[in-house]
Design a protein around this ligand. Structure first.
Ligand code: ADP
Length: 476
């Protein structure tokens, strides 16, 4: 079985959130289990620069532009097709200007990605994928192109990592995307008078999956489905396959980004990381007691509204915060404001810093993920691994990964009261070091490696591809 894995992000080269982490971890896991897998990626400079032994496969003609399709290897050893089109992909952010506004040609940039995936499935006779597995709206047109191409066709899988991002564009873009006009239908890619990339994927894909069992159920409801709940409900058996985490990169026993390594048997050493983190963020370690962390894209999804409402009372009680975030200007401004009011009590970094994220996980007592919705969430799983107890809302993957009062603190509603209740319970447990430590050990004993997810995806591919699956030998 040959599988083409298509993604708009790949850690550590281009990452804005969990999508990049998943693209870095799942394909190597699938490869280890015997899947013949290759990537297809946009040619960001960060990707073309690290591609090993790139060879030109063909020239792609697209909207008056010529791009080069390269095939090389990534440092992780897997083959990758890369679309070398500097005018599309050499930009500071994969999706937006610095102020957060979308690049105006995103439909062309990701349309080319989708079109190339479909082209590869029929063009390269030597390595023709049997399955195209795309992720999020950037890959939504792949199943549409395949549905309109001649047989034999590969099977298509679309994984929804976040339904809030749907890739909506005006009707007028359709003519640039090389899809027949009849696609623009409710039985196609039309969505409230616009062209919907994600809508197209959900409509045309052979299989649609999402990244946790709870989110799979939530997507069928008006509260979480962002208007696509009807279409999703019509699909039978939408799988919710829980993401894993890279347990080598996120391992407090070997993490080179942190001050002092530790594991579940040497938890006392964790406090060295707290001391180092406080110093790094301009807080006095001696005056810092309970330290709560947050690492997040700053969007309305992530629950900073209710967190900001809870913060004054917590600060009054002597609680400190270490916050790393980037995004919405209004949320950034509110955080900067409260940090200025509480000097030495809130270590705030507005920006994106991969290594600081590790130090916050290692140095804090608890990590806050109060999201209004969270398809899977990785931050809470990293927290569990670092014995940094997660405080999460009972939604999506947060509900599937954190056990209340056993491995973390779970609250029901996206309200200040509900979050406050969880934080009250947390403070009560924090006063009982033996119970706190027991919870830390339970959290650190959880296993969220990729093997289980990879097996679930392989079962899905088998169902799509039939039983005549030829697998490569497993890599030990
Ligand atoms: P999402 O994909 O919605 O952003 P996830 O929890 O699935 O949320 O994944 C977030 C990933 O991005 C984690 O690896 C987290 O550490 C990282 N991250 C988020 N914001 C920042 C930031 N400002 N700096 C560094 N890493 C960040």
């Amino acid at each position: 079985m040959k599988l083409l894995y298509i993604s708009a992000e790949l850690y550590p080269y281009v990452k804005t959130g969990g999508l990049g982490d998943v693209a870095a971890s799942l394909p190597p896991s699938l490869s280890k289990q015997g899947i013949d897998i290759r990537y297809l990626l946009p040619g960001y400079a960060e990707i073309t620069n690290i591609l090993v032994s790139p060879k030109k496969i063909t020239t792609l003609h697209w909207n008056g532009m010529n791009a080069t399709l390269l095939l090389g290897r990534l440092p992780n050893g897997l083959h990758a097709y890369v679309i070398d089109a500097p005018e599309y992909y050499h930009r500071a952010n994969p999706y937006t200007y610095a102020d957060g506004a979308d690049w105006p040609d995103n439909h062309l940039r990701f349309g080319l990605l989708c079109h190339t995936a479909a082209h590869l499935a029929q063009y390269d006779a030597k390595w023709q994928p049997d399955i195209l597995h795309g992720h999020d709206w950037h890959c939504g047109l792949i199943p549409a192109y395949i549905a309109h191409s001649p047989e034999p066709r590969p099977a298509t899988v679309l994984t929804i990592h976040n339904i809030a991002y749907q890739g909506l564009f005006p009707h007028s873009v359709l003519q640039d995307l090389r899809l027949p006009p009849e696609c623009f239908s409710v039985y196609g890619l039309e969505y409230h008078g616009q062209v919907g990339f994600l809508k197209a994927g959900i409509y045309y894909a052979d299989s649609v999956t999402t990244v946790s069992p709870t989110y799979a159920g939530e997507l069928k409801t008006a509260e979480y489905g962002h208007g696509l709940q009807g279409l999703i409900s019509d699909r039978e058996n939408m799988a919710g396959i829980l993401n894993g985490i890279d347990q080598d990169i996120w391992n407090p026993a070997t993490d080179k980004n942190i001050d002092t390594s530790y594991d579940a048997t040497s938890l006392a050493l964790k406090k060295n990381n707290k001391t180092a983190l406080c110093t790094e963020l301009g807080m006095d370690p001696k005056k810092t007691k309970l330290l709560l962390g947050a690492i997040s894209r700053l969007t309305p999804q992530k629950g900073f509204d209710i967190l900001l409402d809870c913060m004054p009372a917590l600060l009054e009680k002597g609680v400190s915060f270490a916050i790393l975030g980037k995004g919405d200007a209004a949320i950034e401004a509110k955080l900067a404001d409260i940090a200025a009011q509480w000097p030495g009590k809130i270590g705030l970094r507005l920006g994106y810093d991969e290594t600081l994220a590790h130090r916050i996980q290692a140095g804090c007592d608890a990590i806050l993920v109060p999201s209004a919705f969270e398809p899977c969430g990785l931050v809470q799983m990293y927290g569990l691994r670092y014995g940094t107890l997660p405080v999460v809302r009972k939604t999506g993957g947060l509900a599937d990964t954190v056990r209340d009062q056993e491995t973390g603190f779970v609250f029901d509603h996206a309200t200040q009261e509900s979050l406050q209740d969880a934080l009250d319970r947390l403070q009560a447990v924090y006063k009982k070091p033996a119970t706190w430590k027991k919870m830390q050990r339970q959290a650190m004993a959880e296993n969220f490696g990729w093997d289980t997810a990879a097996k679930n995806y392989i079962d899905l591919y088998r169902r799509l591809f039939g039983d005549n699956v030829i697998m490569l030998p497993k890599i030990a």
